[in-house]
Design a protein around this ligand. Sequence first.
Ligand code: CMX
Length: 438
Amino acid sequence: MDILKEKFYTKCQTLKSDIKNLLKEHGDMKLDEVKISQAYGGMRGIKSMIWETSLLDANEGIRFRGYSIPELQELLPKAAGGNEPLPEGIFWLMLVDELPSDSDVKWLTEEWRKRSGLPQYLKQTMDCLPAETHPMTQFTIGIMALQNDSIFAARYAEGMSKDDYWDATYEDTMNLLAKLPELAAYIYRRTFFNGDHKTSDSGLDWGGNFAHLLGNDDPAFLDLMRIYLTIHADHEGGNASAHTTHLVGSTLSDAYLSLGAGMNALAGPLHGLANQEVIKWIFEMLEDIGTESPSKEQIAEYVERTLSEGKVIPGYGHAVLRKPDPRYMAQKSFAEKNIPDSSIVQVVWKVFEVVPPILQGLGKVANPWPNVDAHSGALLVHYNMKEYDFYTVLFGVSRAMGVLAQLCWSRGLGLSLERPKSLTTGWIKDYIARQQNS
Ligand code: CMX
């Protein structure tokens, strides 16, 4: 058994027995009450699922195993010569609830390198797709095609014991994460560079090699990929991509089927696709105004126009957060350190000054502040990655680490098939009448 797998197994056995005792002693204790408005309102805030890898606070933002993003920027190992955390570190932390050492992440980089390499059938599958197929659609098709190699599916078909589900899921998770940067880069290069593919650099870490495979070896871009992949990795369990992965996984669909489903949720414009929508909206604004450096008044007028057309301002608002997203702030700090004079970054900062008061003025927006997607596009554009249709795939490569680490835990803990109760509006009306008459 490899070192990470062994550590995970030990931790999982301990938590499993803790949960058994906790359920025996406190299983009937109430966690929440559900209001009719929550049933209609996308189940906001209902405490009803278990997600071990991270926890979101409305004001503080995300904590991965208790650590905030600034803390992780200090504590996680970095690449030699790099300034940002290695994404291998956040996966290690989420999976085994321990900060990794330098040698731990080195081991993980090497393990993923050994498991990397795209099978020929996958490349042929991708090459059959029209080049204009949206990169997120290509990404889920690629993940689904790789399902052919699922160890969980093969072992289940042979009659695997329940006690081994976690083991097969761990293997699928490691194989998938090893291959996702190559799959994503394959999509990028075939779609936007006529299939002029790059080969992996075995001397680089997972995130650095991803930047290299995309075709940009600028050390600052390698560092951008590392921080990008670290901060997008997880956002507790209720967000659409995480919850979809969890729901589909709860049927014992393997890691490939579950992640593919989750990525389809990430591809929605109210979720991950917002990262492409933000930069598209900014480009359209700049073209409409006719300048690369619009004034705050010009931006405000364009924001009002977007709202008056019945559209949302992409990159602003959040279902849970009530403060500027620390993932936005981490990207802002990266830009302040590395590219403070970038004109596109300056526009994003001006939008940050203009949008919140306007959204506040609408009186209905729960959170007027920027979310993770408001900044990422400008950083990528600065480093010459302007193909914004691709941006959500980058988000997906990162998000896979969180949702798959949790899938390992779900299998290890034996979490149940999800099956909440749904109601009809007729049932709700009868219920209201019964309550009023009692
Ligand atoms: N621009 C304009 N209106 C907005 C808004 C925004 N950025 N954010 C919220 N609102 C509106 C909602 O559309 C809703 O209007 P109606 O009552 O007319 O339907 C009202 O404000 C209340 O919504 P809310 O409670 O503040 O927000 P929700 O929890 O319903 O939705 C979210 C959250 C993210 C979908 C929403 O803020 C939004 O659409 N933002 C823009 C898209 C975006 O950036 N998504 C990315 C989120 C991060 C991620 O998952 O990647």
